[in-house]
Write a protein that binds this ligand. Structure first.
Ligand code: AMP
Length: 311
């Protein structure tokens, strides 16, 4: 797409809105609000308006809905509630180092039924983020957004294992992909994150963002390669890493949306905004860390990060 414009771009996210139960070595959160789209929207909306498309059951606790409704800048016009349906629920447990986690359960609920519909009023969205779900569903959702100019997808090991061909087909239709280093290795058979990223470009996208947890992220783009460290978080800054990946993506995409640009340099800066959003997310359970940070705290952390990472 052209990068000459500086008009903000509209942003849409699809993904899960879920009920999470999370155990860390020192604490536990029971049935708190989570899900890929909820985390993404909470982070993105700190920088730019975001339209959310997703589906929940009528069992979604009222206080979770109230939290979603309280996210300023999130348009819930694409949030569908299915009567009699069960909301997506996920349980995870972190190991001592807080870097590795085990999934205890995944209850797809309404997410296993028909995918949500993109409302007609959202079809003109210019930037689209396809949160983690079956790649065939992601492909169906993107077709519904006729105004799309840049589409970025997330994926995970499960789909690489059970829906490899659908994922390869999806890659031929998107502009960018965000995945972690073990997933990139699994998809390409290559352990080196940069070489794996280049292989992924061979499937069609313009760029791949390969996340390396506490070691930061790499952007492999047709126009170049960029690296970003993780925020240098001390032990007491990390309460619950859940949602770090989704809020990274939210900060990344929202920076593109607000600048109206998608060139390599803008993507490189967007990596840092993603990192800053993730650093707030890990400081509390659920969406609290990223949703409650003040605008001044966000700006202060961005400049602190820029100082830390300066070369
Ligand atoms: P992250 O820590 O960024 O990987 O995101 C964790 C969030 O993703 C949690 O809030 C979960 O509810 C959600 N999640 C976990 N597994 C899945 C899945 N298979 N599909 C979609 N969302 C998921």
């Amino acid at each position: 797409m052209s990068t000459a414009t500086t008009k903000p771009l509209s942003l849409l996210v699809t993904g899960t809105i879920g009920i999470d139960t999370v155990e860390t070595p020192t604490a536990r959160a029971e049935r708190v609000l989570g899900g890929s789209a909820a985390y993404f929207a909470a982070a993105a909306s700190r920088l730019a308006p975001v339209r959310l498309v997703g589906v929940v059951g009528d069992d979604l606790p009222a206080h979770h809905r109230t939290i979603l409704e309280g996210l300023k800048g999130v348009d819930l016009g694409g949030l569908e509630t299915r009567n009699g349906g069960k909301t997506f629920a996920w349980g995870g447990k972190y190991l001592l180092n807080l870097n590795e986690r085990e999934t205890l359960f995944t209850e797809l609920g309404v997410v296993a039924d028909a995918p949500p519909q993109v409302p007609a009023s959202f079809a003109d969205s210019e930037l689209v983020f396809l949160g983690n779900t079956h790649p065939a569903v992601q492909a169906g959702l993107l077709e519904q957004v006729s105004g799309r100019k840049l589409v970025v997808a997330d994926t995970m090991d499960l789909w690489i294992n059970i829906a490899h061909d659908d994922l390869v087909h999806l890659l031929s239709k998107v502009d960018g992909i965000v995945l972690n280093d073990s997933e990139a290795a699994q998809l390409t058979g290559v352990r080196n994150a940069i070489t794996a990223g280049r292989r992924i470009l061979g499937y069609g996208p313009q760029f791949a963002v390969v996340k390396k947890g506490e070691h930061g992220a790499v952007l492999v783009h047709r126009d170049g390669v960029a690296v970003v460290p993780a925020f240098p978080a001390e032990e007491d800054m990390v309460v619950d890493p859940t949602g770090a990946g989704d809020t990274f993506a939210g900060g990344f995409m929202a920076h593109l949306a607000r600048t109206g640009r998608t060139d390599f340099e803008t993507l490189q800066t967007a990596l840092s905004w993603g990192t800053v959003m993730a650093s707030f997310t890990i400081g509390a359970f659920s969406l609290d860390g990223v949703a409650r940070a003040s605008a001044d705290q966000l700006a202060e952390r961005y400049s602190r990060f820029a100082r830390h990472a300066r070369v």
